[in-house]
Design a protein around this ligand. Structure first.
Ligand SMILES: Cc1cc2nc3c(=O)[nH]c(=O)nc-3n(C[C@H](O)[C@H](O)[C@H](O)COP(=O)(O)OP(=O)(O)OC[C@H]3O[C@@H](n4cnc5c(N)ncnc54)[C@H](O)[C@@H]3O)c2cc1C
Length: 306
């Protein structure tokens, strides 16, 4: 029985594991106990959880589900992966494993802005995700912290929820592409370049205080500073990376045989729903490749005229 190493025990990796374990492949899910999901108190937009669900609960349920079909969760940190004849050798801080296929699902580390008290207000006004949390700030004053295209697009997206949006660059120049700068200007989104000192508010965020002592009233502060993904393992295998993201084809494959990547580590929308979808897609296509074939959409073939 050939084996699969899934590096990452978040929703992406665990959902991939459900597919590979059910297909009777030995499935090793490497999990060093970190990851974004475990850090989030309430996840919104998760199918089947209308009241939201905690990140740790999602991980526990995912582990239970994957283990039910025989996936093994290996609580070790992967430090190296390299080709070994026709297989891959996965080295952790304690052991080595030989596998036939690899799915990298190591997630991303979200960058915190250099403003005092940010951590204290996470979940109480500070958010890293417009799609997740903008809904809670409809018609309220909000701001985006960031300096580039990411900040500009997040600010423009926020206009679906409120007219009171500004961009705070925290002392840096605003460096979005000209086309985006124009859209920001047309939308009359103020860009504030003052240096920021700290956040304030009783139980929830009420304002950002500048180094000069000015107060910018905001109920929601959206961080758009980019992410640092687990691209080191990909680079060891010769998988291309773009900044902090692993580059994949739309089927989650990489140019390296039987190596796939999925979830936050590949950038994109970085949601639970998209991550588990990518995990499933990576697993289905890896299974096809292990069977010796590229993925074929048989339904489409059947619908072709003879
Ligand atoms: C503050 C915040 C709030 C959010 N809110 C929402 C929300 O409401 N709704 C929503 O849909 N999305 C939300 N997101 C986004 C969502 O959390 C991510 O899209 C999702 O967690 C990505 O899952 P993942 O499995 O790709 O990565 P992760 O959950 O980060 O999992 C990565 C896994 O890889 C493991 N790992 C990494 N490196 C190694 C290694 N070398 N060896 C072994 N294991 C390793 C980690 O231990 C972890 O198990 C939020 C994100 C943030 C930061």
């Amino acid at each position: 029985m050939s084996g699969v190493a899934i590096i990452g025990g978040g929703p992406t990796g665990l959902n991939a594991a459900i597919y590979t374990a059910r297909a009777d492949r030995r499935t090793l899910v490497f999990d060093d106990g970190g990851g974004t999901t475990r850090d989030v108190d309430t996840m919104e937009n998760v199918y089947g959880f209308p009241e939201g669900v905690t990140g740790p609960e999602l991980v526990d349920l995912g582990q239970e589900h994957a283990r039910k079909y025989g996936a093994e969760v290996v609580e070790e940190e992967v430090v190296r992966i390299e080709p070994d004849d026709e297989r891959y050798r996965v080295e952790t801080t304690v052991d080595e494993y030989a596998v036939d296929g690899v799915i990298i699902a190591t997630g991303a580390d979200y960058e915190r802005p250099a403003i005092a008290d940010v951590e204290a207000y996470e979940g109480h006004g500070v958010s890293y995700c417009v799609e997740c949390d903008a809904y809670f700030y409809r018609d309220s004053p909000v701001a985006v912290v960031g300096t580039d295209n990411y900040a500009a697009t997040e600010a423009l997206m926020l206009l679906d929820y409120t007219d009171d949006v500004r961009i705070l660059t925290n002392g840096s120049p605003f460096e979005a592409d000209e086309a985006l700068k124009e859209r920001v200007a047309e939308a009359e989104i103020p860009v504030v370049t003052d240096e920021l000192d700290r956040l304030t508010g009783d139980e929830a965020l009420e304002a950002v205080v500048t180094k000069e002592g000015g107060e910018i009233p905001v109920d929601g502060l959206f961080v758009a500073l980019g992410t640092a993904g687990g691209t080191d393992l990909a680079e060891m295998l010769g998988v291309p990376v773009d900044g902090d993201d692993i580059v994949t084809d739309p089927d989650q494959s990489t140019p390296v045989d039987r190596v796939y990547a999925a979830g936050d580590v590949t950038g994109g929308h970085q949601q639970i729903a998209t991550s588990v979808g990518e995990g499933a897609r990576a697993a289905i296509n890896l299974l096809e490749e292990l069977r010796g074939a590229d993925y074929i959409d048989y339904k489409k073939l059947d619908s072709q005229p003879a």
